[in-house]
Design a protein around this ligand. Structure first.
Ligand SMILES: [Zn+2]
Length: 96
């Protein structure tokens, strides 16, 4: 039995969702960065973590994880942070 609607979580469920989904968002971000690394954008020295375009894509990538729109920005940020972290320690074979 759910305690509140998926798209209007109560404070308790919101906090719990955030912890769980943040982890997933980070993993999604890592896979995203790895995909980019194989493409033509690989030459960029650092991940544009807060760029407008980055955040737009991040929001789309985590969009399916949650129904409560308030979570979206937080998860998009976590996703981009995960990507940036992966980019920092990307394997030598991906560096140009
Ligand atoms: Zn609840």
């Amino acid at each position: 039995m759910a305690c509140c609607p998926d798209d209007q979580l109560c404070e308790h469920c919101y906090g719990r969702e955030l912890v769980v989904k943040r982890r997933q968002a980070r993993v999604i971000g890592q896979c995203w960065a790895e995909r980019i690394c194989r493409g033509e954008l690989r030459a960029q020295a650092a991940w544009p973590e807060h760029g407008a375009r980055t955040m737009r894509i991040a929001r789309r990538l985590v969009g399916t994880l949650v129904k409560d729109p308030r979570l979206l920005d937080d998860l998009a940020a976590a996703c981009s942070r995960g990507a940036a972290a992966w980019w920092e320690r990307r394997p030598p074979r991906y560096r140009v």
